[in-house]
Design a protein around this ligand. Structure first.
Ligand code: F3S
Length: 638
């Protein structure tokens, strides 16, 4: 029996465990990336590990999330990140150079390599045939120091693409169809491997749109083979030397197989407020639109924006619509400027934003109250846009551009023939905004916004923990630790950040947690879904949270809880969730024995006879990390 592609890459990077065992494996990481929102912590952590230079083949620090200079805090953070990159041996992608995933695809990604990024959409690079995964900044710091990355050996799902894509059906519609079928929980613990004749018709940036939104499925990663399309893309990026052919063996086996007949697809949208709430555009056709945003790491490539420009050329954006466009990279923006497409966009009335995440992370362009915003992005969680009651629809650039003109959600098939965009044989190469690794003697620049790294103590044997908050299902990392213009400048200032924890759900939470000094969080299913934001574990740790008891966890967030010494517990009997109220106290005894030997654990509700059986399901390594008070303590000790 041959290997599938995921197995091949995992086997060639295996450090511990056994591929296809379903158990924890450790793999060597070739490349890492960070972005500024997670990077400041990652480099403080790397510094604390005490390794002079990164040990990966290549590591890049990007500035793309918070590029607005509203106060000294951003400038401080950027200076800190630039000095860390020089000192520790990383490439530094300056603000304005583009969104990390787009730039990584263009300038750094290599088929067959492993990439770990402190951003949940790191699997975008799977469009190039990399095994790319999102993780917390601390995991990335450890990988930069030469440590292995540990994950549960994933199930591998084959998605066979067959049939011919109809006009106006884009890569975005393919992944929205997968989300419609499998839901935001459908990818947990899985790698999606795309194959079949339909793969050939997809360019690398289109493949990257699909692998990007694998994150919305909750997947560990998504992968395309490295084929002729990959070679042509790398050649056009003047990097043909990085190309190798890579594909699954003919007789490869998969844990699951799904078939998608591309000829049956039509333009789709994810409706408010979940990426899997998918409906055909044809059923949404008369909804009035107030804002259209084209960009983000999902759909901001040269082909995406050329398609939008072709649709908008010679037309005028509806008077009731604000059309904002953020090109994914400076390469994309300068190519549009050189070939005249930028003028077509401006003539149509588009507002051009910096090449950065921008509105996707709530940095500007929040829609008006109650507005409908069509976005080519990957997430539409309630409030993420910065406007609590806005309705966000996730769509392709084709639907976005067509709707910007009419002012209503518009099926682009009504426009006639789809534009045929020529795939460039060479992209414009200018790496002058990428600074190569610098002098190891570089002094780290530490402004007043760079606060020391908080640490926690070792796990104790007994706790009496007040329930400081009780939450429902699908709590996102955004709900736990919001981003946006008010919060992002303090990404390296945990004392200030702690005032925003759960502020969207329960503004009293920070004060209550501080007063309690310690506590436990109760939650429903899929706690911590949505991103790799480790601040969603780090800042609660700072507030004294020692455990989270949930019906289930999102993978990256569970890992982040472990990394920060917070014990992730799940109910043995889900109905016990109803027995716990806020402000009750839960007592835990003999905790160390239970964690070390994976024994059953029982929580007692104080003042009652009620006992709640719980489980932790930690691997031996994770148990040691929690016992040590987090990955940083564990790494220093080992
Ligand atoms: Fe940035 Fe949004 Fe992607 S915040 S990295 S464009 S998901």
């Amino acid at each position: 029996m041959g290997d599938n592609l995921a197995q091949k890459i995992l086997k060639s990077h295996l450090v511990s465990g056994r591929v296809s065992s379903g158990e924890e494996i450790g793999i060597k990481i070739d490349q890492t990336l960070t972005q500024d929102a997670t990077g400041t912590m990652a480099y403080l952590q790397f510094e604390a590990i005490n390794t002079p230079r990164v040990k990966t083949e290549l590591s890049v620090s990007y500035i793309d999330h918070n590029t607005l200079q509203t106060g000294f805090e951003n400038a401080d953070d950027h200076a800190f990140l630039q000095s860390c990159a020089a000192r520790f041996g990383l490439y530094f992608s300056r603000p304005g150079n583009g969104i990390c995933h787009q730039v990584h695809l263009e300038r750094f990604g290599v088929p067959g390599k492993t990439l770990l990024g402190s951003d949940s959409h790191t699997p975008t690079a799977g469009g190039l045939g990399m095994l790319a995964m999102g993780a917390g900044g601390l995991d990335v710091a450890v990988a930069m120091g030469g440590g292995a990355f540990y994950l549960k050996d994933p199930k591998v799902v084959k998605i066979g693409l067959y049939g011919e894509r109809p006009d106006w059906v884009s890569a975005k519609d393919i992944i929205l169809e997968v989300l419609r079928r499998l839901s935001v929980k459908g990818g947990v613990g899985k790698v999606f491997e795309y194959s079949g004749p339909g793969v050939l018709s997809l360019t690398v940036p289109e493949r990257a749109t699909i692998t990007n939104m694998g994150a919305e499925l909750g997947a560990t990663s998504s992968l395309f083979p490295s084929d002729e399309q990959t070679r042509l893309f790398l050649k056009a990026q003047a990097r043909e030397k990085d190309w190798i052919p890579l594909a699954a063996d003919e007789d490869a086996e998969y844990d699951e197989e799904i078939t998608l007949d591309l000829s049956t697809l039509e333009p789709l949208a994810a409706q408010p407020h979940m990426p899997d709430n998918v409906a055909p555009i044809s059923t949404l056709a008369d909804i009035k639109v107030h804002q259209v945003a084209i960009g983000s790491c999902t759909n901001s490539s040269y082909l995406d924006l050329m398609t939008a420009a072709a649709i908008l050329k010679g037309k005028t954006v509806s008077a009731d619509v604000s059309l904002v466009i953020a090109p994914g990279s400076r390469q994309v923006l300068t190519m549009l400027a050189n070939n005249g497409a930028l003028t077509d966009l401006l003539d149509a009335g588009a507002r051009i934003l910096e090449s950065a995440c921008g509105p996707c992370i709530g940095m500007g362009q929040s829609p008006a109250s109650g507005a409908v915003s069509l976005r080519t992005f990957n997430r539409n969680f309630e409030g993420r846009s910065g406007t609590a009651d806005a309705g966000i629809y996730l769509v392709s650039p084709e639907v976005a551009a067509a709707s910007a003109v009419t002012g209503y959600i518009t099926d682009p098939r009504t426009l006639g023939k789809a534009p045929q965009i020529e795939v460039p044989l060479s992209f414009r190469i200018d790496d002058s905004l990428i600074i190569a690794p610098g002098n190891p003697e570089t002094q780290i620049v530490r402004g007043p916004n760079i606060k020391p790294l908080p640490v926690t103590s070792k796990l104790e044997d007994h706790y009496r923990l007040p329930v400081v908050i009780k939450l429902g299902d699908n709590i996102t990392t955004d709900d736990i630790m919001p981003a946006g213009a008010k919060v992002l400048p303090f990404r390296s200032n945990v004392p200030i950040l702690s005032e925003f924890v759960f502020s969207k759900i329960d503004p009293q939470f920070p004060a209550r947690a501080k007063a309690a000094g310690k506590g436990i969080i109760i939650a429903g299913h899929n706690y911590g879904q949505g991103s790799s934001r480790e601040h969603a574990a780090l800042v609660p740790m700072y507030l004294g949270i020692r455990a989270v008891l949930a019906k289930s966890f999102a993978r990256i967030h569970k890992d982040n809880l472990v990394n920060f010494g917070i014990l992730p517990l799940s109910f043995v009997q889900e109905e016990d969730y109803d027995k716990i109220d806020v402000d009750t106290n839960l007592s835990i005894i003999d905790l160390l024995e239970a964690v070390i030997h994976n024994k059953p654990l029982v929580l007692h509700i104080d003042g009652t006879q009620t006992k709640i059986p719980v489980q932790h399901n930690l691997t031996e390594r994770q148990a040691k990390i929690v016992l040590a008070g987090g990955l940083l303590n564990y790494t220093r000790e080992s």
